[in-house]
Design a protein. Structure first.
Length: 422
């Protein structure tokens, strides 16, 4: 009897071992395949979100389908919820260009799938916040936005988005406002808003040896903040640590704190590792791409009336883009020589007009600086080093001081001209 039991146990053990040899490698293979596919799509996602040119819709939809197929084919992989989140973000970014209402519908649906299938995933509360932003700012559907925000508070009370959810709930129409005691009026300091790109699950551009854009730009922003504060300038960061902050949240933060200028700090990437350089973007409402967005919104005003009102109101706040251009020129003019002095032939890619959401949404002179390419081996090593980060921060610091001095001179000349006319 004992021998039979032992034989039965040995048989079960061998069967289990045999199955494990087949099942475990299969799971590992699926996970590796999902990771490879996500790694292939991620750089395309990054380029599309950062494009300064009107997008080819087919390219966007092809990339979105790639993410959605990944989530469907490998639902148990860690990349599945990330793929759904990326698809939702691309639909939302595409709408910023197209003004087509169904793009937002698809975005909301992708976020819904993420929350429904992966309610315990760390991206679930981010998805609910994103839905609330769309419903509130693009659709004026305040009841729906309130439901999404309450879900964040009730289900994810210990998450990193709960404080933002409560703040957004308080800002919704009909919310009870807590009256704060009136503060003494003080003269406003010169205030700079620094926007380190990406963060949290959004690594941004990737370089060698796991170099991530999100880490580089945060380190530069923190170093720059220290330099500016030492000069008596008030500084606020859209993110202080490695957390994800949406573009809407970044712009809302900057506008709420009424910055005198905003610098959005990014690093670039390209499939060709030899490509490198520095470029700075600013918004020019006179360029044809911006006008094209306005015309498109007017043609589709029944479906995109909120976009139309938004763009029209934005035109009034961005009527004079001279300050943004001056800021971009100062940033580019300081960054290029600073990087060249560190060795290497850093290309000056120039200042360029662009229609990035962070530039459109902020009600102040704003630029987006691509400080170098993390994908370029030489520039990547430079950005990884503490010395390199400090050098970039120092160049941006000098740019802010030069901009402030230049704008003071421009204002004085304008006042002098007005005085003469009177």
């Amino acid at each position: 009897m004992g021998s039979l039991l032992r034989q039965g146990y040995c048989f079960k053990f061998l069967v289990g071992l045999t199955l494990s040899l087949f099942v475990t490698p299969a799971k590992a293979s699926s996970s590796s395949a999902a990771e490879r596919e996500y790694g292939r799509l991620r750089p395309i996602f990054h380029r599309l979100e950062h494009t300064a040119k009107p997008p080819l819709r087919d390219k966007w939809e092809q990339t979105i389908r790639g993410f959605e197929t990944l989530a469907k084919k490998f639902p148990e992989s860690p990349q599945a919820p990330r793929a759904l989140f990326s698809a939702a973000r691309l639909w939302r970014s595409l709408h910023a260009w197209s003004g087509v209402g169904r793009d937002l519908d698809y975005s909301l649906a992708a976020y819904d799938r993420l929350v429904g299938r992966y309610p315990k995933n760390s991206l679930a509360d981010d998805a609910l916040i994103a839905q609330a932003e769309i419903l509130q700012s693009k659709r004026a559907e305040y009841t729906g936005a309130r439901q999404k925000l309450k879900a964040v508070v009730e289900r994810y009370g210990s998450g990193d988005q709960v404080h933002l959810a409560r703040e957004m709930l308080g800002d919704l129409p009909g919310a009870k406002k807590v009256r704060k005691p009136e503060a003494k009026v003080q003269s406003k300091k010169f205030r700079v808003i620094l926007d380190p790109g990406h963060g949290g699950h959004d690594a941004g551009a990737l370089g060698d040896r796991k170099l991530q854009e999100k880490d580089v730009v945060l380190a530069i922003a923190q170093e720059l903040a220290t330099l500016l504060r030492s000069a008596g300038i008030e500084v606020l960061l859209t993110r202080e640590r490695d957390t994800f902050v949406s573009l809407d949240q970044r712009a809302s933060f900057a506008n709420r704190h009424q910055g005198d200028l905003l610098i959005s700090i990014h690093a670039n990437a390209h499939e060709n590792r030899n490509v490198g350089g520095v470029e700075t973007y600013y918004l020019d409402v006179s360029n044809r791409r911006y006008k094209g967005r306005l015309r498109h919104a007017m043609r589709n005003q029944k479906k995109a009336i909120n976009d139309l009102n938004y763009i029209l109101s934005d035109l009034s706040t961005k009527a004079d883009t001279r300050a943004s251009l001056i800021l971009a020129q100062q940033v580019q003019g300081k960054l290029v020589p600073a990087l060249r002095s560190a060795g290497g032939k850093i290309r000056d890619l120039g200042t360029k007009a662009a229609v990035f959401q962070i530039l459109i949404d902020t009600q102040m002179p704003s630029v987006l600086a691509e400080v170098a390419f993390v994908s370029n081996p030489h520039e990547g090593r430079f950005l990884r080093s503490g010395m390199g980060q400090k050098r970039v921060a120092s160049a941006l610091y000098e740019a802010v001081l030069a901009y402030r001095k230049k704008m003071a001179s421009v204002q004085q000349k304008s006042l002098a001209v007005l005085s003469e006319k009177r």
